[in-house]
Design a protein around this ligand. Sequence first.
Ligand SMILES: Nc1ncnc2c1ncn2[C@@H]1O[C@H](COP(=O)(O)OP(=O)(O)O)[C@@H](O)[C@H]1O
Ligand SMILES: [Mg+2]
Length: 314
Amino acid sequence: MSRESAAPQTPKPYHYQRTKPSSRNKSSTRSVLQYNRKPQLAGETPRVVVITSGKGGVGKTTTTANVGLSLARHGFSVVAIDADVGLRNLDLLLGLENRVNYTVIEVLNGDCRLDQALVRDKRWSNFELLCISKPRSKLPIGFGGKALVWLVDALKDRQEGCPDFILIDCPAGIDAGFITAITPANEAVLVTTPDITSLRDADRVTGLLECDGIKDIKMIVNRVRTDLIRGEDMMSVLDVQEMLGLALLGVIPEDSEVIRSTNRGFPLVLNKPPTLAGLAFEQAAWRLVEQDSMQAVMVEEEPKKRGFFSFFGG
Ligand SMILES: Nc1ncnc2c1ncn2[C@@H]1O[C@H](COP(=O)(O)OP(=O)(O)O)[C@@H](O)[C@H]1O
Ligand SMILES: [Mg+2]
């Protein structure tokens, strides 16, 4: 599948579907999530999505784990690739660290088969993890984008069938590791926090993604605090959207459950009952699946007064 065919012609900011005042209900999260139906997969498979940011520590790995497991819970087959080579930690967030015996480097060296390097999640068997290398190891000379393209092709040709989604957890920065991680992708999820340093990096990364031919870029605004936004101590999501001009995939509130779930190796979206951040990741997964064709009811109530967080009940 060519990048050009996968990307929409003109990426446009996400606009909420406004409802008439009379039809506004209590901004029910349940109506937004539409648990009673399976999201309709848009686009050709595999959808190869790189999760990137520029700045480190903004939530790429958290997003990959939670969006990935949400997709698997909706019945899509997902392979999550940890392309953060020296500092891999997706396995920890997923609680799969003890089951990673082989990595892509061993597959490329011919020391094991691809299926031996794929770690199947016991909770959702349609979710698999693939690590590029062992922790603290350095990439072999010559490892680059071509190796990842080969890997994606090999995943497409597996006997089990082509996965619906290949999510690539990108390392921070814009050097060789970043270039390698974005090479096979035909769409990107840009994770940013609403602060000026993260936004500057996100803007730079957006330019680099576009130069690489990735036109389909959506953003997740993470660690948002409504109390700070109300006191005008934090940029609002609308401000972020205006600055970056990207389609909005999701807004994730700051939530101490994220840290707790990270330490337990039990992604937030699996929590019962779900927390706000968990619901927000689920919603982002929905939008990723349905792309521009998404028909979900998103109610924005008077954005200038109440802001984006009206749908969180804020
Ligand atoms: N919405 C959130 N609320 C609270 N903590 C968060 C949130 N998102 C991420 N974190 C925390 O931020 C830290 C960095 O997240 P991580 O996903 O590893 O970032 P990255 O992969 O971009 O380096 C982790 O400790 C994680 O638990
Ligand atoms: Mg990370």
